[in-house]
Design a protein around this ligand. Structure first.
Ligand SMILES: [Zn+2]
Length: 246
C-alpha cells in the first residue's frame, strides 16, 4: 500500500494510535477487575449476613425447645409432689405397685428432661458466642467494603479521565492520516492477535514475533516508500528512529 514518502512518519502516528488502543484496553480490564473485586466482597458480606440470620433462627428454635422442656419438667415435678401426698391413702398392693411404677417413670422423665435442658443450654451458649463473633466480623467487613468502594470510585474517576484524554488524542491522530489507512488499521486490529497492527523494528528483529528480519526487508523499510509487513507475523514494520539530516 503506497501512502507517500512520509510512510514512516505515518506509521509512527499509527504506532502511537496502537499504543493508545492498548492502554485503553488495559484500562478497561482494570475497571472490570476492580468491579469484580468489589462484587466478590459484597457477595462475601451477603454470605455472612445470611449465615447470621440462620444462626439467629437456630437460637430462637433452641429457646423454644428449652421452654417446652422446662414446662414438661415442671409438670412432672408437680405430678411427683402431688403423688407423694396421695401415697398415704393407698391400701391395696396393686395400687401401690401402680404408684411405684408411675413414680419411677416420672423420676426418669425428670432426669431425662434435666439432661436435655443442660445440653440445649450448652448449645445456646456456643451459638450465642458464635453469633457475637459473626456480628463483629460483619461490622468489620462492612467498614472494609465502604473503604474499598470509596477507593474504587476514586480510581475509576482517574481512569475515566485518562480514557477521555486518550480518546481525544486518538481522534487528533486519526485525523492526521488517510481514511483508507485508518480503516485498514481498524480492520487488522480486529483480526490480529492482541490487536497489534504495527510492530517496531528493534535491533533488526520484529518486536511482535521476535523474528530476525532479512536485510532485504530492512532495506525496503528504510526506503520509507511503502508499508512493509513482517514476513512472519504480517505486522506493519515501523522503524522508530528516523535518521535526520544527512
Ligand atoms: Zn513479525
Amino acid at each position: 500500500m503506497d501512502v507517500g514518502p512520509s510512510v514512516q512518519d505515518t506509521l509512527a502516528l499509527v504506532y502511537r494510535l496502537q499504543t493508545i488502543d492498548s492502554e485503553l484496553a488495559h484500562i478497561t480490564q482494570e475497571l472490570e477487575a476492580s468491579r469484580d473485586a468489589l462484587r466478590k466482597k459484597e457477595e462475601s458480606l451477603e454470605g455472612l449476613v445470611s449465615l447470621m440470620e440462620t444462626e439467629k433462627i437456630e437460637l430462637l428454635r433452641l429457646a423454644r425447645d428449652r421452654r417446652d422442656r422446662e414446662d414438661e419438667l415442671r409438670t412432672n415435678e408437680h405430678i411427683i409432689s402431688e403423688n407423694k401426698k396421695k401415697n398415704k391413702e393407698l391400701k391395696h398392693s396393686r395400687e401401690i405397685q401402680a404408684f411405684l411404677a408411675e413414680m419411677e417413670f416420672r423420676r426418669d422423665e425428670v432426669e431425662r428432661l434435666q439432661d436435655e435442658i443442660l445440653r440445649i443450654m450448652e448449645t445456646q451458649e456456643t451459638l450465642d458466642k458464635a453469633l457475637k463473633d459473626r456480628e463483629k466480623e460483619i461490622a468489620e467487613k462492612r467498614d472494609e467494603l465502604e473503604t474499598s468502594r470509596t477507593t474504587a470510585r476514586e480510581e475509576a474517576a482517574a481512569r475515566m479521565d485518562r480514557v477521555r484524554n486518550l480518546e481525544e488524542e486518538k481522534v487528533r491522530l486519526s485525523d492526521q492520516f488517510p481514511d483508507a489507512l485508518f480503516q485498514q488499521y481498524s480492520r487488522l486490529q480486529k483480526s490480529h492477535r492482541n490487536g497489534l497492527v504495527v510492530s517496531r523494528i528493534q535491533n533488526g528483529t520484529c518486536e511482535v514475533c521476535r523474528m530476525t528480519l532479512p536485510p532485504r526487508t530492512l532495506t525496503e523499510v528504510k526506503k520509507r516508500q511503502k508499508i512493509v509487513p513482517c514476513l512472519h507475523c504480517q505486522r506493519w514494520l515501523f522503524l522508530e528512529e528516523i535518521p535526520t539530516g544527512g
